[in-house]
Design a protein around this ligand. Structure first.
Ligand code: SF4
Length: 199
């Protein structure tokens, strides 16, 4: 999922943070230094389980409107998650894992990816980031998997007609945490920038 409200980019030795069109400039620490110093925290990493999307946003930062329909093979995903877990467990604190796309709910096995994320990262926040279009039609099993595996549902609210009340009701019924990504995206980005600039 791209984020149309928050972005950051490098300009010379500065990082420009764009929040709702307001630009804030930060001086960049030596990039060489940042790459050499081991970090004790990995605030977040993302996995695309579908490259394509059922929306066509102009500002998509994941290039999904250009992508051919493609899903990440479940076997490859499990191998990578297992390896990430081996590399980080006991050494690096992984704050959160984001399962997204494109639109992750286009992947019919979406819940299997979520279960594996929880299996290999038992102490991290696991978020499913979706544009929400396919949420109202998800079967009961979907909501149960989110609940049992303590998955946070993090939809981005686009200006399209989605029955958010129904989704909120499901989340209440199954005791699932619902965090809209508009607010969340800004907080995560700020935390990442702070880590990036001050280590
Ligand atoms: S909804 Fe789809 S097209 Fe729009 S920003 Fe998210 S991934 Fe990209």
């Amino acid at each position: 999922m791209g984020n149309i409200f928050f972005s950051h980019y490098k300009q010379g030795k500065r990082v420009i943070l764009n929040i709702l069109g307001i630009k804030i400039k930060f001086k960049l620490k030596s990039e060489k230094l940042l790459r050499l110093i081991p970090h004790k925290d990995l605030p977040m990493f993302e996995v695309h389980i579908a490259e394509h999307c059922n929306l066509n946003c102009q500002c998509c930062t994941h290039f999904s409107p250009l992508a051919e329909p493609e899903f990440l093979p479940l076997d490859d995903y499990e191998k990578d998650m297992k390896r990430m877990s081996e590399l980080t467990t006991g050494k690096i604190n992984v704050g959160s894992v984001h399962i997204l796309g494109g639109e992750p709910l286009l992947n019919k096995n979406c819940t299997k990816y979520l279960e594996l994320a929880r299996k290999y990262f038992p102490n991290s926040v696991i978020r499913l980031i979706t544009n929400g279009i396919l949420l109202p039609q998800q079967p009961e099993e979907f909501w149960k998997v989110l609940s049992v595996n303590n998955i946070t549902l993090a939809p981005t609210k686009y200006p399209i007609d989605i029955n958010w009340k129904k989704i909120q009701d499901y989340c209440n019924q199954y005791k699932i945490k619902l965090d809209f990504y508009l607010v969340l995206g800004g907080v995560i980005l700020l935390k990442q920038l702070i880590n990036f600039l001050w280590i």
